[in-house]
Design a protein around this ligand. Structure first.
Ligand SMILES: [Zn+2]
Length: 57
C-alpha cells in the first residue's frame, strides 16, 4: 500500500449548467495526489465529466 496524505482542493465543475446541476459550484474535497501526472484528477459526481478547475486550498 502506498499511502499518501490527502490534499484539500477546491473543485469546480465547468460543464454547461444545462447539463450539470452543480456547474459553477465549488466543493472543497480531500484529494490524493497521483504518483504520475495528472497529479490531481477529479470527476464530477453529477455529470461525470472531468473537473478541470482544481485549486489547492
Ligand atoms: Zn458537473
Amino acid at each position: 500500500m502506498d499511502e499518501t496524505e490527502p490534499v484539500m482542493m477546491r473543485a469546480t465543475c465547468r460543464t454547461d449548467p444545462d447539463v450539470c446541476p452543480v456547474s459553477g459550484q465549488t466543493f472543497t474535497v480531500p484529494m490524493h495526489p497521483n504518483a504520475a501526472p495528472p497529479i490531481f484528477r477529479a470527476q464530477c459526481d453529477q455529470c461525470g465529466q472531468l473537473v478541470t478547475d482544481l485549486v489547492p486550498v
